[in-house]
Design a protein around this ligand. Structure first.
Ligand code: PEP
Length: 249
């Protein structure tokens, strides 16, 4: 059976100034001389979305935001709407990243509302789920992730373009990764929960793995059954590292 094309998405978090676009130019040049076998996306901070979209115009790189507000507009100082991201050139948006769930108390319900707002604006969400170390050590990883999937994906998401990212909180930015067996176990549970909630139509929707993906572990992680790509933090900031991951897909 033909494997669906994987998605390798970079999350720059709160990193990057105008000068960082040199990394993006280098990435575009490398992908022009040797096209990627996967989809490639970059999610810069909001200040760089428009400039990055211009820099990557004509390349296959997709641009995304890192979060959006569920409301369309209004008195929400410092926030950004899905339509604003779209207007700046984004086609994707990361939602429910653990740094937002933990740092800003974002609930599954809020993530679900944000996903609906993303669709309304024409963005494809990448909805993040993942257990803490305490939850994993208590043997609750699958249960936690399953409940996040069930409550963070609005029913209206069925039939739309989106992705889910499984990111164990304890693996993000730590250099730690689950075993390949653990990744497979959770990805299978995520797929089962997605089908239970949304039906068989989402059987090909990518489930990304995220958490300390690097050039030297990308190929083996990306080969795990049900891993449909990667959400990459630190290693997406430098073109050679990100390319090393892209070449592993
Ligand atoms: C992330 O922030 O989504 C992430 C996976 O980070 P890192 O790759 O740095 O662990």
């Amino acid at each position: 059976m033909k494997q669906p094309v994987k998605l390798i998405a970079g999350n720059w978090k709160m990193n990057g100034l105008g000068a960082s676009l040199a990394e993006v130019e280098a990435l575009c040049a490398a992908l022009q001389s040797q096209p990627a076998a996967c989809r490639v996306a970059l999610c810069p901070p909001s200040t760089l979305v428009e400039r990055m979209a211009r820099t990557t115009a004509g390349s296959p790189i997709e641009i995304g935001g890192q979060d959006c507000r569920a409301e369309t507009h209004g008195a929400f100082t410092g926030d950004i709407s899905a339509a604003m991201l779209k207007d700046a050139g984004a086609i994707l948006v990361i939602l429910g990243h653990s740094e937002r769930r933990q740092g800003y108390g974002e609930s599954d319900l809020l993530v679900s509302a944000k996903a609906e707002a993303a669709f309304a604006a024409g963005l494809a969400p990448i909805v993040c789920v993942g257990e803490t170390l305490e939850q994993r050590e208590a043997g609750r990883a699958v249960e936690i992730v399953r409940s996040q999937v069930m409550a963070s994906l609005p029913l209206a998401i069925a039939g739309r373009a989106f992705a889910v990212a499984y990111e164990p909180v304890w693996a993000i930015g730590t250099g730690l990764t689950p075993t390949l067996e653990q990744i497979e176990e959770v990805h299978r549970a995520v797929r089962a929960a997605m089908i239970e909630r949304l039906g068989l139509g989402i059987a090909a929707t990518p489930i990304l793995y995220g958490g300390s993906v690097k050039p030297d572990n990308a190929a083996e992680i990306l080969a795990v059954p049900e891993v449909g790509g990667a959400l990459v933090g630190g290693a997406s900031l430098k073109a050679p590292d990100f390319l090393g991951i892209i070449r592993g897909a």
